[in-house]
Design a protein around this ligand. Structure first.
Ligand code: NAD
Length: 972
């Protein structure tokens, strides 16, 4: 297991180096090429089945807008409950495509039957699909497109029920089958039970040699590393009973491969069960861990089946690693490296024939030829609806080879998202299925030895930089992998120890004299600091970023203890703080270094320069005690100001520690100073002090107004106030949204950090048609949340920051209980400052118009024609911080974006977690003054602008004119 863990994110070159020794020798490789070429030529020559994957990809490459449009319709159409939204989706996706007559012909084929009737009604020549769409609104067109989607789905799904599937399998011998009971991962206990029942039914229905594939995430709503204890006490017995049932019936189950962060858990479950039952496991060759996993499986010395696949979540793996700031990717960036890995894994599996029965899932002629050359006992696997020509050709040559069809079973509505994923993966430009369908790719190139295409020396695909180097001009912050049990254990151990050693008593408040002294010191330091070159200030901030990262475990522990945040949140905070330092350092270099030279008349030099303003007061809230605190301070310092920073009274230790880390990086201690104490006294005194030349504030709108008034009352200069305040943030979803995705994102947006984020979702507007399923899922997902002490890694939701805040929230919940309909709620511990996440349904006029700063979601259903009223309501309340939209219809997204007055809009994702420099953050209206934190304009507000105009003619003529003139004269 250790070697598996070590390989998880090792450097790609190192992983590839290990694979090279396991590739066929040159002579064998030559023979493999000949076999592969023969097979590929046969595949090319075979007319693709009507609407086979190959012909689909031939007509609609996924790089074409039409191909993508079709995928989008396929993904969403069948789940949309109402005809208007169905029409809107069809219009949105299909009306704008450049449908060639050839693709229209495919459509005509797909629509056979339904459309034939429409055809004969006077549209004999279906020249373009646009014509068809032009008739939109006619029920027959909608029905035709729906029918087309079903036909398309039917190409990839063997049957809607397991009984039909078994019957169809019998017709397709000698092929063997592995049935995959389709569906999304479970979000609720109810879903998990229903998948369990459908797996049980499938196991009962199949008989040897057929098998059933099991997706563990379908059998438990929280199949995650942080929930390891629950997974073992709840999920393991479920899988065991399926494995037992299968072994009693002589059938076989195989555990499917999922996202890389579930691999360790999957292996542990497999380990626990494979000693009792002969079960199978799928291994993804695209993971760097694949080879050690195969070695481990062989070393188990148990009779097992291993399905070797290349892997279907590659794009998701790359994206997640980048988002989480992982040190490296869990997967290879080059397709050819995955091909090498596949061969190396195959070899390892074939080397233990007395234990392992390998199944090679591939549609690639070269891979098939390689396996044949390696020899031994094995079977091939193909997806239902794909690779038919290849396997027909193979079986014609080698009838002794067994081939199994991996066959999805299920309702078409559940199936389509799955189908689209498979098509997208296999339709990727580099995939064999895509290329074999492309007559422009020579067959020889297609079957070439992947070893030959590797760069020497090996380097990962340069188009996919490491997560650390995602940005061209600064480092991305380092994350910490919480899907790794050891990291969770280490964090907990550290936090528990720190808590035990915590100094007793509160941090002492800064006295008025100390405040006065600090401001005087910062004012004195201003001259020196503001005249330090911008690149020097930037370099210090970059060192500070490194310092924050170097101390991240310590900081995470502190944030968890003092701020009540979970590990996940606390890591994100440290990352954000480091990102702020690096981003503002970059901005300082760009804007505060060299003066901007402006165009003007001859004999004059005009320069615009940015300068610090003086001493800035940076006042931050408790809810991002490190990130916002550090962000404000870093921006003010980078712009050349000195700083008095006041953390919230709830989180002073984090403020002090952040400044210590800045000092350790070389920032002079008189350039930034931390003062602590109540906002009403210390905060107010700070703002009122005439030596303060600007205020950066983040907190509630009430406090912001108070500060604004205090500043207005001050004698002397008018100084800038940058205020970032709260919001009443909504998510609007239409009937085309994917309910599972919506609920995942609502749970994150509304409840993560116990809803104590300014960006957190307070309101969900859900289309009436989509509401029943979305709200049922939401209720089930709420029941799965664990509220409690964030020291425990399995805690999803930590405490409310203090007793007064909690009491106010409890009061609000009590009120809602009397007047609103309860959708669902989590459970909270009886003692401590907890509030259980909860959701209520209300009408539009009952929704709160002020920020409710906790895990309370207000749900409101609306009808399509009421969208304008919803948008009007949002504008009327006057806040404008974040907004979420979930829809598959671009025109719906456009309408909402146009109608919103909101700083940060997120489409088809969660609405929290803005990333510095990527989603500059900040609202408008009651939500803040701007400019946005982590954006290119923020630091300008901390600066004063000066122009310097020099009359260069005053010292002996307009030299540049004279020089030009002389030059001209010489030339003539
Ligand atoms: P708060 O307004 O109570 O306090 C914020 C800070 O202001 C604290 O440091 C406090 O001590 C200080 N303060 C209070 N009264 C003051 C005064 N009279 N003069 C000077 N300083 C004073 O806010 P909070 O409860 O700490 O934070 C939660 C609020 O912050 C929520 O409304 C949330 O939406 C908002 N927030 C906004 C953003 C954003 O980026 N827009 C980010 C995080 C939090």
């Amino acid at each position: 297991m250790d070697s598996i863990r070590r390989a998880h994110r090792i450097a790609e070159a190192e992983a590839v180096a290990r694979l090279r020794g396991l590739q066929p020798d040159p002579d064998t490789s030559e023979r493999i090429s000949l076999t592969a070429l023969r097979l590929a030529r046969r595949v090319r020559a075979a007319p693709p089945g009507v609407l086979s994957a190959e012909s689909f990809l031939r007509s609609y490459g996924l790089t074409t807008p039409e191909g993508v449009a079709l995928m989008c319709v396929a993904e969403a159409l069948l789940r949309i409950p109402d005809p208007e939204t169905q029409d809107a989706l069809i219009r949105d996706k299909l009306a704008s495509g450049n449908w060639s007559p050839a693709s229209a012909a495919d459509w005509a084929l797909m629509l056979t039957g339904t459309l034939a009737r429409w055809h004969s009604a006077g549209n004999e020549n279906l020249s373009t699909v646009k014509k068809l769409i032009a008739r939109l609104g006619e029920p027959v067109v909608r029905a035709a497109v729906r029918q087309a989607m079903r036909i398309l789905a039917g190409q990839f799904v063997v049957a809607e029920t397991i009984e039909e599937a078994v019957a169809r399998a019998t017709e397709r011998r000698p092929y063997r089958f592995s049935f995959d009971m389709l569906g999304e991962a479970a979000r609720t206990a109810e879903d998990a039970l229903s998948y369990f029942n459908s797996y049980s039914r499938a196991i009962r229905a199949v008989s040897p040699p057929d098998a059933v594939s099991i997706k563990l995430s379908a059998l438990h709503p929280r199949f995650e590393e942080t929930k390891r204890a629950r997974v073992f006490s709840e999920l393991l017995p479920r899988v065991r009973s399926l494995a037992k049932l299968a072994s009693e019936r002589g059938a076989r189950i195989t555990l499917d491969a999922e996202e890389s962060e579930r691999l360790e858990l999957t292996l542990d479950i497999f380990d626990a069960l494979s000693s009792e039952f002969p079960i199978g496991l799928a291994v993804q060759a695209y993971q760097k861990r694949a080879l050690p996993v195969c070695g481990w499986l062989a070393g188990l010395r148990r009779r097992i089946t291993v399905r070797l696949v290349k892997g279907a979540y590659w794009d998701g793996e790359i994206k997640r690693a980048q988002q989480l700031g992982m040190p490296d990717y869990p997967v290879f960036t080059r397709k050819s490296a995955t091909d090498l890995s596949y061969v190396a894994c195959a070899r390892t599996l074939l080397s233990a024939p007395e234990y392992i029965h390998p199944a090679f899932a591939t549609h690639n002629c070269r891979t098939v030829a390689t396996i044949l050359a390696l020899g031994g006992q094995f079977e091939f696997q193909k997806l239902f609806g794909m690779g038919d020509a290849l396997y027909d050709a193979l079986l014609a040559e080698r009838p002794d080879v067994s081939v199994r069809i991996y066959a999805p079973v299920g309702g078409f509505t559940d199936l389509l998202p799955y189908l689209v994923r498979r098509l997208l993966e296999n339709g990727a430009n580099t995939s064999f299925v895509h290329q074999i369908a492309d007559p422009d790719v020579p067959v020889e190139a297609l079957v070439a030895d992947p070893v030959a295409s590797l760069p020497e020396p090996y380097e990962p695909d340069p188009r996919i930089p490491l997560p650390r180097h995602l940005y061209p001009d600064r480092l991305n912050s380092l994350g910490l992998d919480l899907a790794h049990q050891k990291n969770l254990d280490d964090l907990k151990q550290r936090t528990v120890a720190d808590r035990a050693a915590e100094p007793a008593g509160a941090v002492e408040d800064t006295s008025p004299q100390e405040l006065d002294f600090s401001i005087a010191r910062a004012a004195d330091a201003f001259e020196t600091w503001s005249h330090a070159p911008a690149h020097e200030r930037a370099a210090l901030l970059e060192r500070a970023a490194d310092g924050l990262e170097a101390r991240r475990v310590e900081l995470v522990s502190l944030i968890v203890r003092e701020g009540g945040r979970t590990y996940n949140d606390a890591i994100a905070e440290v990352r954000e703080a480091a990102d702020f330092c690096r981003y503002y350092a970059l901005q300082a270099r760009k804007n505060f270094g060299t003066p901007l030279t402006l165009a003007g008349p001859a004999g004059e030099r005009n320069e615009l320069r940015l300068h610090g303003r003086g001493v800035f007061a940076c006042i931050s809230p408790w809810n991002f005690p490190l990130a916002i605190f550090t962000g404000q301070v870093a921006a003010a310092l980078a712009a050349g100001n000195t700083v008095i920073a006041k953390p919230a009274e709830q989180t002073p230790r984090i403020g002090f520690r952040a400044l210590e880390i800045l000092y350790a990086a070389g920032i002079p201690s008189d350039a930034a100073c931390c003062v602590v104490g109540p906002g009403e006294t210390i905060g107010a005194a700070l703002v009122a002090d005439s030596r303060i030349s600007g205020v950066a504030f983040t907190g509630s709108v009430e406090t912001a107004k108070r500060i604004n008034q205090a500043l207005a009352k001050r004698a002397g200069a008018i100084v800038p106030l940058i205020a970032e305040t709260g919001g009443v943030n909504a998510m609007i979803i239409d009937a085309s949204a994917l309910p599972e995705q919506v609920v995942d994102d609502v749970v994150i947006s509304a409840f993560q950090s116990a809803g104590q984020r300014c960006s957190a979702q307070r309101v969900l507007f859900v289309d009436e048609g989509a509401a029943p399923r979305v709200l049922r899922l939401l209720s089930g997902a709420l029941a799965e949340l664990k509220v409690g002490d964030p020291v425990e890694p399995d805690t999803d939701i930590g405490p409310i920051i203090d007793a007064p805040s909690r009491n106010a929230l409890l009061f609000h919940v009590q009120e809602l209980r009397t007047k609103a309909k309860l959708i669902g709620e989590a459970k909270a511990p009886a003692t401590g400052h907890y509030i259980a996440p909860i959701a209520f349904q209300l009408s539009l006029d009952e929704l709160p118009k002020v920020e409710v700063f906790g895990p309370i979601l207000h749900v409101c259903t609306y009808r399509r024609e009421e969208l304008d009223q919803v948008l009007q309501w949002l504008r009327d309340i006057g806040y404008g911080l974040t907004l979420g939209i979930h829809s598959r219809i671009q025109s719906f997204v456009d309408d909402v974006v146009r109608g919103a007055r909101v700083g940060n809009i997120y489409v088809n994702r969660s609405m929290i977690g803005a990333v510095v420099g990527v989603q500059p953050f900040g609202g408008e209206g009651l939500s803040g003054t701007g400019p946005k934190a982590g954006g290119p304009h923020y630091m300008l507000r901390f600066a004063t602008e000066r122009t310097v105009t020099v009359n260069t003619a005053a010292v002996g003529g307009v030299t540049e004119l004279l020089a030009g003139n002389e030059g001209a004269q010489r030339a003539s």
